[in-house]
Design a protein around this ligand. Structure first.
Ligand SMILES: Cc1ncc(COP(=O)(O)O)c(C=O)c1O
Length: 463
């Protein structure tokens, strides 16, 4: 088989020449020049995968193994990997554009801003651009502080918004913040989904509440249906802004363009990144109200970014949105999400001792396990089953499943079968673990333990 070139999407024959030696070199160089501990941790978790060929919902590693990508860089590949129409749009854009002059106005920025205003919920019609998620969260918080002349920011325990200054100050995980303290002043955190706690924190000093509509890294936590509307009400009463971080949940993930629509709420700001770039470019955006924009009108140069909303990235993002519209991907996501959630519910019913809960909405799903080590062990087992999935960074008991939205019922079926296979493997220890994986370090040595007890805590992906 090695060396044979076959059509993409056909299991067994990789559509490129596998190169395990190149993989070893990449891992060695990464360890030497970037971080050896990252390599050790990923290896122990069975995730020492070097991505090679990428197409649609699939990715192949340098060993020639094919995976259904169910991590999708935490929701960055809603359109699948290298969607041909987005690739073509990028080729076309590269022939005539570069990143552009950030001090000038640009046609591409204006076109994308108009489109974002068109698809954003309610009266959100003003746009600012960035390169990544953290940067645009920083912008959104600065905008709210500047516009309200207040400083307090309320965010949530276990929330994740990136690693830049303001975003890190709002991070819900202490391990990310602790080495860099003191961070920004006047950031407070309340338990996620707890409306009375949020209401108690939101006061006349509050510039904004920053919240994920469904917590991603926090373990695919869906709040009560009254939560976001309740936050909207509390913010309105206090004159505070509501910032909804749609960086993971946006662009059709929950079966609506944006998750806040699912909850019937129009915030003051939504933040977008990840899938906005159509899997090819780095771009982020905040979409906000005209009222908030008042602050920026006399201060048009108060937030600058050389590469934020580059001409090239805007052209690609615009193409990505057009493809989503033309292919009806939001509606498709809603129907695939129903199949996925039903399949997961039936798995939970069949493995009641192991699966504590099915979480999520639509194509943002999670399996919550009863014990800490299960997320890591399931990642490793799923890799052996041909599925790339990584548990939630802030909640390792939850296996997050976020396939690209271009999957069909066959791929969902394949994913559900792989999960059953992985559960059997982890629970019964049916398959001999590969050397160097979490399983080899934690195997119980017997097949009667349900689930098998780890000998030591597996390494954690993330800080
Ligand atoms: C909800 C959410 N907000 C913000 C970010 C930060 O985005 P970036 O990594 O592009 O800075 C992420 C990244 O995973 C995220 O999931």
């Amino acid at each position: 088989m090695e060396g044979e070139v076959g059509p993409a999407g056909q299991s067994g024959v990789p559509p490129f020449m596998p190169d395990p030696e190149a993989k070893q070199h990449a891992l060695e160089d990464f360890a030497r020049y970037v971080n050896p501990q990252k390599v050790r941790i990923l290896r122990a978790a069975g995730l020492d995968i070097i991505e090679a060929y990428r197409e649609g919902p699939w990715v192949w590693d340098l060993d020639g193994r094919r995976f259904l990508d169910c991590f999708t860089s935490a929701g960055s590949f809603n359109l699948g990997r290298r969607h041909p129409l987005v690739v073509a749009a990028m080729h076309e854009a590269v022939d005539r554009l570069d990143h552009g002059n950030f001090m000038l106005c640009s046609r591409e920025k204006a076109d994308l801003a108009r489109k974002l205003a068109e698809i954003a919920p309610g009266d959100l019609s003003c746009v600012a651009f960035g390169t990544g998620g953290g940067e645009i969260i920083d912008f959104a918080l600065k905008l709210c502080r500047g516009a309200t002349r207040r400083t307090k920011v309320v965010s949530t325990v276990n929330g994740y918004h990136g690693h830049t200054g303001f975003a890190l100050s709002a991070a819900g995980r202490k391990a990310y913040r602790a080495p860099f303290e003191p961070l920004m002043a006047d950031f407070v955190q309340v338990p996620y989904g707890d409306l009375p706690a949020a209401e108690a924190a939101i006061d006349s000093e509050t510039a904004c509440v920053l919240v994920e509509p469904v917590q991603g890294e926090g373990g695919v936590v869906v709040p009560p249906v009254t939560y976001l509307p309740g936050l909207r009400g509390a913010c309105d009463a206090a004159g505070a802004m509501l910032v909804v971080d749609e960086i993971q949940t946006g662009f059709g993930r929950l079966g609506t363009w944006f998750a806040c629509e699912h909850f019937g709420v129009v915030p003051d700001v939504i933040t977008l990144a990840k899938s906005l770039g159509g899997s090819l470019v780095a771009i982020s955006a905040a979409v906000f109200t005209e009222d908030l924009r008042e602050f920026l009108i006399p201060n048009p140069f108060i937030h600058l970014s050389t590469f934020g909303g580059s001409d090239l990235a805007c052209a690609v993002a615009l193409a990505a949105i057009s493809v989503m519209e033309e292919e009806g991907l939001v509606e498709h996501s809603a129907s695939m999400g129903r199949i996925l959630q039903e399949g997961l519910a039936s798995i939970a019913a069949d493995y009641p001792d192991v699966v504590a809960e099915v979480r999520g909405i639509g194509m943002m799903a999670g399996l919550k396990f009863g014990e800490d080590s299960m997320g890591a062990r399931m990642s490793a087992a799923l890799v052996r089953q041909g599925v790339l999935a990584i548990y939630s960074a802030n909640e390792p008991t939850v296996m997050r499943l976020m396939p690209s939205l271009v999957v069909g019922p066959e791929e969902i079926e394949l994913l559900l079968r792989a999960i059953r296979g992985a559960l059997d493997e982890v629970v019964d220890g049916a398959t001999a673990p590969r050397p160097g994986t979490v399983d080899s370090a934690t195997a119980s040595g017997g097949s009667t333990g349900r689930p098998a007890r780890p000998r030591r805590r597996p390494p954690r992906v993330g800080a």
